[in-house]
Design a protein around this ligand. Structure first.
Ligand code: HAM
Length: 425
């Protein structure tokens, strides 16, 4: 007998957990609409080049973690599951000529992402992100607006305000010289670099800066930072982003060593962590500006900025702080029957009540009335509608399950009566 399991690093979201996600997705959709973002959906897989060019070939996400789909013989194209949504949204922006739409274009999407990473707590091979992107706005005000939006999402989700780390990582004018200075710093200390970091040094020196290797953490304390090497434009931009954040009353820490794992970022970059719990597996979200990306994927030069919030991590953080992340729906009433065989009337009455907007379950089981009532109490329903012989006279018994009292009610009055009771907590 085969015994199948969900693939390693993935999990089934069973009803209580899925309900927690649905709640977050609803908050995300509602907030995004309030901030003027329009929903968009792109495929879960793209031509591999979208990620190689978009996210960058020398990133962990593409080099090690990309889920490449096995090519079919005869097909020239290769595909990969999306490790993140930004590159695909930029591809869509270019493909559909969104440069000709009124700018800025504000888009949002929420859905599963795939990274073939070593699974551990909070790090999955399939995880969910709430993502927003703004095309055609060079900032700096929108940079602060997005950070504020992320804070509001966490607040509405019920999370304690997370720690926000913000940095400017420069642009093509100032970053190359900085990366060179950084590489020179590491080369001068090459004997202290772990093997993996030595390899990375030649391909992507910036990645060494946020290495979690203890040897690197120590070394990085003395590494040159970009902050005092920003060009005048980047320094001015960052100064204004901070001024906007301050004006909005946002609390954040400037972290001169914050670099992000994806290659497309320029200037403003940020990350959120649960209070006092900074670590790679606990980031609650991150984002930044990617002004060169639209061009890199074949479009006209267009500024871009956005963020992704990891919904799995938000659910974990809510649990860790003891917040109730799940409120499963409970029916207001259960329609039960004294005659186990007579299910048709129960189904019909439940159907009419649902058509009237009420949340109702029909007990369609062939079991004793006592059992049906017990089940209704167990699931937290407030009322039972008991269908019996009086139905011939147009009557049912309405039982208040909390008070354990009941009275006959004309069937015709039932929807209005229950609706009134539903509004009284
Ligand atoms: P990211 O920092 O790679 O950015 O991912 C954003 C968030 O997704 C992380 O902060 C984390 O909460 C969650 N996340 C990432 N990997 C995993 C995983 N393996 N398991 C569970 N959660 C995970 C991006 O993806 C960018 N596209 C964000 C962005 C949008 N930048 C500009 N626009």
């Amino acid at each position: 007998m085969p015994s199948f399991r969900a693939p390693r690093g993935t999990r089934d979201l069973l009803p209580p957990e899925r309900t927690a996600f649905v709640r977050l997705e609803r908050i995300a959709a509602e907030l995004a609409a309030r901030y003027g973002f329009r929903p968009i959906e792109t495929p879960l897989f793209e031509q591999t080049g979208v990620f190689e060019r978009g996210v960058g070939e020398a990133t962990d996400v593409v080099e090690k973690e990309l889920f490449r789909l096995a090519p079919r013989s005869g097909e020239g194209e290769t595909w990969a599951l999306r490790p993140e949504p930004t590159a695909g949204l930029v591809r869509a922006y270019v493909q559909h000529g969104m440069q000709t739409w009124p700018q800025p274009v504000r888009l949002t999407t929420t859905g599963p992402m795939f990274r073939y990473d070593r699974p551990q707590a909070g790090r999955y091979r399939q995880f969910w992100q709430f993502d927003v992107e703004v095309f055609g706005d060079p900032g700096p005000a929108v940079d602060a607006e997005l950070i504020e939006l992320a804070f509001r999402f966490y607040a509405e989700a019920g999370l304690n305000p997370p720690d926000a780390y913000v940095n400017s990582i420069g642009d093509e004018a100032c970053r190359p010289a900085y990366v060179e200075a950084l590489a020179a710093f590491y080369r001068a200390r090459i004997h202290r670099l772990p093997a993996l970091e030595r390899q990375r040094l030649e391909r992507n020196p910036l990645r060494l800066l946020d290495s979690k290797e203890p040897a690197m953490v120590e070394l990085n304390a003395d590494a040159p930072t970009i902050t005092d090497r920003l060009c005048a434009e980047c320094a001015a931009h960052f100064g204004e982003v901070r001024a906007h954040l301050d004006a909005l009353g946002i609390r954040y820490v400037v972290d001169a060593r914050l670099v992000r794992g994806l290659d497309y970022y320029v200037r403003t970059a940020w990350e959120f962590f649960p209070v006092g719990a900074r670590g790679t597996q606990s980031a609650l979200g991150g984002g930044g500006r990617y002004d060169g990306l639209v061009e890199r994927l074949g479009g006209r030069p267009t500024p871009g900025i956005g963020f992704g919030i990891g919904l799995d991590r938000v659910v974990l953080a809510l649990e860790a702080q003891g917040a109730d992340s799940v409120t499963e729906p409970v029916p207001l009433a259960v329609v039960v029957g004294a005659e186990p065989g007579a299910t048709a009337a129960r189904l019909r009455i439940a159907t009419e009540l649902r058509a009237g907007g009420l949340s109702v379950r029909a007990d369609l089981a062939q079991r004793k009335l006592g059992r049906q009532l017990e089940a209704a109490v167990r699931e937290g329903a407030r009322f039972a509608v008991i269908v019996g012989d009086e139905l011939a006279d147009g009557l049912v018994q309405l039982r208040d399950l909390g008070a354990a009292s009941q009275k006959p009610v004309p069937l015709a009055d039932l929807p209005a009566l229950l609706r009134r009771k539903a509004t009284v907590a």
